[in-house]
Design a binder for this molecule. Structure first.
Ligand code: ZN
Length: 498
């Protein structure tokens, strides 16, 4: 007699294979596919998506999941069944016609948003965004469990274990501490020169730097590739095939830190255990935990003086015209310069979470408080002025800059800030366990990477982000570390004493 789990296995295999194919199309679309392929490929994607939906939600699967609950399962099987139940919960409570109508609306909405952003025309996007919000509110209501608010239910899809109440506290602390601190930084008399980061840097040299730095961090090119796309991202098929992208501009630090960031995501995926990869629990624990790792590599490691000490000479060799004259100290100060800016993806480390705070406050108003989308440009501008001291002159540089809301991704933004805070808490703990800067100075990235693999990466989705933080650091999530990290680092850089 086969067990229920054994009978479930072929469905899981099919879902995994279809998912892998979909991921490959997504990657191809963003990197190499010819423009003309779009419409025909969409048809293939539509069919495959339907197959995935069927593989996961058919009656037989639902029955087998119930039966699995009655039999003894291994730790991995237990986690797979839990993940499958979660996906069923998310999909099953929504009437199929509404689900499909929303999928259609979302793909339309992205197109309308793209055009509106290009033409700086919020009014043309407002009606479709209003519809998207209406659906998300409904879906939140369908998904909300007893005691949950609708925004809680949406948050669950990205970061389990963090409710709106907890995020209110988290973002409340960031606002209270970082908004006045940023004012001190911008009023500081310390001037940091960074003009030399902009220039005519050849793509060929930038690519050589990108490959060198990714490899130096431990991104394994036998199991990974680097390509070019409009917006840098990471995707993976399994732990033997992890793909990162970058883009080359006239700012040498733009591609450089994108690559360090994406390599951080990639190293996470490469570190997932063999028995988990290609299963439903074979990816990073959560959005926030993923972002904790990419931002850990990008900021905590990549923007530190100790990291650059052994390799700055190599960097100078690649761009001798500009950087022979620029010392290590000056370079590191430049890549840490604080510059309140309108665009989130170009933000420095200190102001980054304030961009996220603004989006959190606004999307909560949309989902919980019935804010009408017509009000968005005004509220957006007011909040930028209040928290960052700047106001966008156009909606393209304001409320239209991110793709997320057009796709219906409400509840996604908070994970960016949470990730930074997870990273800082893990960093303070690691400093107690090892000579962190000493290892960086010796180029021993392997020791740091191995620690992260052993304690975080290998588990995939076996543990929640909250559980990982607790197991690694011995305490529950605590945002104080993040605030302390930012204040220590930027207080020193900008000579702020108090
Ligand atoms: Zn990222």
């Amino acid at each position: 007699m086969n067990t229920a789990y054994e009978k479930l296995q072929p469905y899981l295999d099919k879902a995994m294979a279809v998912q892998t194919a979909l991921t490959l199309f997504e990657w191809d679309d963003a990197t190499l596919a010819p423009k003309a392929a779009g419409a025909k490929t969409s048809r293939v994607i539509e069919i495959l998506s339907g197959e995935y939906f069927q593989a996961v939600t058919n009656g037989e699967v639902k029955q087998l999941v119930k039966e699995c609950r009655e039999e003894p399962l291994t730790e991995v099987q237990e986690a797979v069944v839990r993940e499958l139940e979660d996906q069923l919960d998310q999909l099953d409570c929504i009437p199929q016609d509404e689900y499909q109508a929303f999928a259609k609306l979302a793909s339309e909405s992205v197109r309308v948003w793209e055009k509106a952003k290009e033409e700086n025309d919020f009014q043309s996007f407002a009606p479709v965004l209003r519809e998207v919000v209406r659906y998300q509110k409904k879906f939140g209501d369908y998904r909300a469990k007893p005691g949950q608010k609708r925004y809680d239910a949406l948050l669950d899809a990205y970061e389990k274990g963090f409710s709106m109440d907890q995020l209110d506290q988290f973002f409340g602390r960031l606002k209270e501490e970082l908004v006045p601190f940023l004012r001190k930084v911008t009023e500081s008399r310390v001037l940091i020169r960074d003009d030399f980061l902009t220039g005519d840097f050849s793509e060929d040299r930038q690519e050589r730097l990108a490959r060198f730095i990714a490899e130096y961090l431990g991104f394994d090119f036998r199991r990974g590739v680097l390509a070019v796309s409009a917006h840098p991202f990471t995707t993976n098929l399994h732990n033997q095939d992890v793909r990162i992208t970058t883009h080359y501009t006239d700012r040498v630090d733009s591609s450089l830190f994108s690559v360090i960031h994406e390599a951080g995501h990639g190293i996470y995926e490469m570190g997932i255990r063999d028995d988990l990869t290609q299963t439903m629990v074979g990816q990073g624990a959560s959005m926030g935990m993923h972002e904790s790792q990419s931002r850990f590599f990008e900021n905590i490691i990549g923007r530190s003086q100790a990291f650059w000490e052994p390799i700055y000479g190599k960097f100078q060799e690649l761009f001798p015209e500009t950087f022979t004259e620029i010392g290590l100290d000056q370079f590191v100060r430049a890549v840490n310069k604080v510059h309140p800016d309108l665009i989130r993806t170009e933000a420095d480390e200190l102001t980054y979470s304030l961009h996220v705070l603004i989006r959190y406050e606004i999307e909560k108003m949309l989902i919980e408080d019935d804010l009408d989308v017509d009000q968005l440009p005004r509220i957006w501008g007011d909040k930028y002025e209040e928290y960052l001291g700047i106001r966008p002159e156009t909606d393209s540089e304001g409320v239209l800059q991110d793709i997320h809301w057009s796709q219906g991704s409400f509840g996604y933004f908070p994970s960016y800030a949470l990730g930074s805070a997870f990273g800082a808490q893990i960093y303070y703990h690691m400093k107690k366990e090892m000579d962190f800067d000493g290892l960086l100075r010796e180029g021993r990235l392997d020791v740091i990477r191995e620690y992260l693999r052993e304690n975080i990466h290998q588990y995939g989705k076996l543990k929640t982000s909250r559980q990982i933080i607790k197991d690694v650091t011995g305490e529950d999530f605590n945002p104080d570390y993040y605030i302390r990290y930012l204040k220590e680092k930027y207080g020193k850089l900008y000579e702020i004493t108090d």
